[in-house]
Design a protein around this ligand. Sequence first.
Ligand SMILES: Cc1ncc(COP(=O)(O)OP(=O)(O)O)c(N)n1
Ligand SMILES: Cc1ncsc1CCOP(=O)(O)O
Length: 457
Amino acid sequence: MIPRALTIAGLDSGGGAGITADLKTFHALGVYGMVALTAVTAQNTLGVRAVQEIDPSIVEAQIDAVAEDIGINAAKTGMLSSSQIMEAAARAVRKWGFPLVVDPVMYAKSGDPLIRPEAMETLRRVIIPIAKVVTPNAPEASHLVGFRVETLDDAKRAAKVIAEELHPEIVIVKGGHLTGDESIDIVYFRDSGEYRELKALRIDTKNTHGTGCSFSAAIAAGLAKGLSPWDAIKLAKELITTAIKYSLPLGHGHGPVNPMAWLELRAYRADIIDELNKALKVIEDNADLIGNYIPEVQSNLGYALPALYARNLDDVAAVPGRIVKYMGKAKPSGPPTFGVSSHVANYILTAMKHGPEVRSAMNIKYDNRVIEAARELGYVVSGYDRRQEPPEVKAREGASIPWGTEQAIKNAGRVPDIIYHLGDYGKEPQIVILGQSPIDVVNKLLIIVKRINEKRF
Ligand SMILES: Cc1ncc(COP(=O)(O)OP(=O)(O)O)c(N)n1
Ligand SMILES: Cc1ncsc1CCOP(=O)(O)O
């Protein structure tokens, strides 16, 4: 059975919040998404310029249409700007009886209102009472309870008041607007009177547009998949933390969160392992040729996640135990794995700061013929001198390669195809071939090696 969820919410023309955030979230969690549009907003990351509400009868008709034909396992509400739209949505929810998550949207991140003042009471009286889960942030909770929600204790008190006065089954007062190193959400279960906390490290970013939309959509998706409310809430917290960590620096205001990160990270990681395996197969097919270029320290071939996701060594896959020289032939020691390279991974991560498309590299033995052939073939070759490395860089673990890579990039005026150094006391000279993918790197290596061999005869 394909899980199906509905969002009853507004359109953000900027694509960061509202139904586009919800549909991305549903999809990222493997749930088929449907829409009952409540309003069109002319909006970007800076604010809301205009709002056109949808006729309430059309809101109700949209819900009826999908419920009758496709079926709704769970739904969420977002922007419900008028009492009439709320009444229409509530009628349809009661008629079809699906579990409902209510994000009590009041203001956009920019501070612009998304609800008519006179509809606040309808939100309290008509919408929140039919919610299985309601997800106010601290300012929204303050509006609902009539006192300021600024601390965790306030959040606890507000959650209980909302549950007892307005009767949703579960209240989550979100901690995003509170202070502290952690973002702590308070979850209150009306029937048992139980409190639980959801914690995540606070991420320092202004790009949080659509946070509440994606969080509530993720809970609805979890419910649609048949998870218990608590499991759906925990999943939503994980998804939104990832979506904020990899949020998008777009626009001049609050950029959008990235719910697709949940899916993309998994897809890219699988793709990177596939691409490395293909390139390692080419190395094995040319093991004799490449064996001559494996250095004392052995070789590695690395491939990083795309720039948005490549933050540290764990985001680069390479060969555990490196590519060794065995009986004169190049031989990968193990299957490509994330987080096993430091040297090659550092070349890649530093190069990506200057050329985000350069995501792969392989180190080989220093051989002057490689440098000459590469230059003849038109590759950009740039070197650095390890003996010039400042003592404070030398003293810092893992700082030498980023420093050297920066020098080589500066010398070339761009990210080169080849970086080399001639070594230092106790340090073997090295050549590193860079490229957009592992196949690109291995092809460059083979073209160079074949050129050297041609010249010999
Ligand atoms: C059409 C529409 N719906 C909802 C919102 C609210 O989103 P945002 O401004 O990012 O606030 P949170 O979702 O994070 O609470 C909106 N701006 N537009
Ligand atoms: C030791 C060394 N120094 C430069 S490249 C290299 C080999 C590959 O190292 P890693 O497996 O950490 O990428």
